[in-house]
Design a protein around this ligand. Structure first.
Ligand code: GAR
Length: 189
């Protein structure tokens, strides 16, 4: 079972998956890490684990469709069965979503459908919420709208800052994402 990991930034969730794989807690094979940002530090993390990396810059293409066709070509070349988004900060279009229907998974730092889109952590703080959380969900053509696979609550304490809440959420993500994906691939739920 081959998976591709798509990320735009730091890649702490990618690292958690690669670490679980190294510790034999994760059966699927991370075939490559892809980023839309050639300078993203996720790429250094992937290299440390000996995982191939690929980058494509959307602005080097005439359209989103052409960019995604190039990405699809990569996915097909590696015979990828599941596409795993981990901080990939672009909305996937039909070029990828249709051929990989119910084979794309995303992690989002809120209890969807609350606080979709960008800066979900800041949104929760600004709303004065007493709790937020993590959602792992299938990806459809909408913004964070696909069917929920798993959620976990994270309480927001008085005096919580953006940094402290993000840290708490990431700690939950790093445990929940590899574990949930492992179950998903094994049981196909
Ligand atoms: C994670 O918290 C992830 O849930 C979030 O980006 C962060 C990436 O961190 N994703 C989204 O907000 C998607 N809408 P990482 O690069 O350290 O894994």
């Amino acid at each position: 079972m081959k998976i591709a990991l798509l990320a735009s930034g730091t890649g702490s969730n990618v690292e958690a998956i690669l670490q679980a794989h190294e510790e034999k807690q994760f059966d699927a094979e991370p075939a490559f890490v892809f980023s839309d940002r050639p300078n993203a530090s996720v790429l250094d993390k992937a290299k440390r684990y000996g995982v191939p990396v690929h980058t494509l810059r959307p602005r080097d293409f005439d359209s989103k469709q052409q960019y995604e066709e190039a990405l699809l070509h990569l996915l097909e070349k590696y015979d990828i069965q599941w596409v795993i988004l981990a901080g990939y900060m672009r909305l996937l279009g039909a070029t990828i979503v249709e051929p990989y229907a119910r084979r794309i998974v995303n992690i989002h730092p809120s209890l969807l459908p609350e606080f979709p889109g960008l800066d979900a952590v800041g949104q929760a703080l600004n709303a004065g919420a007493e709790e937020t959380g993590v959602t792992i969900h299938y990806v459809d053509a909408g913004m964070d709208t696909g069917e929920v696979i798993r959620q976990k609550r994270v309480p927001i304490m008085p005096g919580e800052t953006n940094g402290s809440l993000e840290e708490k959420i990431k700690q939950v993500e790093h445990q929940l994402y590899p574990e949930t994906l492992q179950n998903l691939f094994r049981k196909g739920f």
